[in-house]
Design a protein around this ligand. Structure first.
Ligand code: C2E
Ligand code: MG
Ligand code: MG
Ligand code: MG
Length: 291
């Protein structure tokens, strides 16, 4: 296998450099083993209000620390799980970990909605709905504490099975969030008919904000579209104060990104929640009141 260097200097495995399909098969076997051995963990990244910096929830992001290969990014193994028919095993694991974390935070006095990313196959059939419904009951959680993020690319496909899956989850009271918005190809008609509750603006649009009026206009149009559909807009991948301020001025509702907080382990996230509940909501640069 090939290791590449990340900014942090940590070796990262890349399957895309692995042209040998035998190696891919090995990785898949190792992923199945990692699921069996419970080696996947979650990190949590806050979504905060752009108006007053209050916490809106956290997104759970799956992590695989491979004993030999090092950190394998989700963009490498999620597609592998999807193609090989083992996605449901991963999603089951992630949903159960997220629900247990919501329950644990509640016992510690923190009421934090947690968002989990799901893929197309999860939404077809009854498996995810059954799991969510029994998991919520098992932990005695209000359904609104769980959010599910679905990429726009996935919902654009719009099969009857997918629509039924989304309707069932919506009817259960789970919050649905449209992820990576602006990079899929959903029609406006499709958007209007979707039972989604939140729209997440893809990071590519946020990172172009400094490029000028056209890029700003696109983000404004997305925010206005979300509001026209009765949903809040959350910007992803906010890395700078300039982006934060521009988004706030455009009327965007929430933000997520390294400028606010990078993804954290469960332990770090608990400390983060504790520190915030006893101190100012966020560093002052983040909590100036809007004009
Ligand atoms: P996503 O759902 O759009 O998640 C946001 C990604 O942006 C995460 O990458 C996060 O770590 C990263 N990020 C957060 N803030 C910043 C920032 O300020 N700048 C930049 N450049 N990046 C930022 P990550 O964790 O590598 O996940 C990548 C994708 O993998 C996710 O994109 C999601 O589609 C998928 N994914 C992650 N966890 C799961 C999971 O449990 N299940 C499924 N089905 N997909 C998952
Ligand atoms: Mg997401
Ligand atoms: Mg709903
Ligand atoms: Mg996204």
């Amino acid at each position: 296998y090939v290791a590449k260097e990340t900014r942090s200097g940590v070796a990262t495995y890349s399957v895309y450099r692995d042209h040998n399909s035998a190696d891919r098969l090995t990785l898949l076997g190792e992923l199945r083993q990692a699921l069996d051995d419970d080696l996947l963990t979650l990190q949590y990244q806050p979504k905060v209000s752009l108006r007053d910096s209050t916490l809106m929830g956290v997104e759970a992001l799956v992590r695989w620390q491979h004993p030999q290969r090092g950190f394998v990014p989700p963009d490498e193994f999620i597609p592998l799980a999807e193609r090989s028919g083992s996605m449901h095993l991963l999603t089951d694991r992630v949903v159960m970990l997220a629900l247990a974390q919501i329950a644990q935070w509640r016992t510690q006095g923190f009421s934090v909605p947690v968002a989990v990313n799901v893929s197309l196959t999860d939404l077809l059939g009854d498996r995810l709905g059954d799991l969510v419904s029994s998991g919520l009951r098992q932990h005695a959680l209000p359904p609104g504490m769980l959010q599910l993020e679905i990429t726009e690319r996935v919902v654009a496909q719009g099969s009857e099975g997918l629509n039924a899956g989304l309707r069932r989850l919506d009817a259960m009271g789970v919050t649905l969030s449209l992820d990576d918005f602006g990079t899929g190809y959903s029609s406006l008609l499709r958007l209007q008919s979707l039972p989604v509750d939140e729209l997440k603006i893809d990071r590519v649009f946020v990172s172009k904000l400094s490029e000028g009026p056209a890029a700003i206009g696109i983000v404004r149009a997305i925010v206005d579209l979300a509001h026209a559909l009765g949903m809040p807009a959350i910007a992803e991948g906010v890395e700078t104060e300039a982006e934060w301020l521009a988004l706030r001025d455009l009327g965007c509702d929430g933000a997520q990104g390294w400028y606010i907080q990078a993804p954290m382990t469960a332990g770090q996230a608990t400390e983060w929640l504790r520190a915030r509940s006893f101190q100012a909501p966020l560093p002052t640069s983040l909590s100036e009141p809007a004009e």
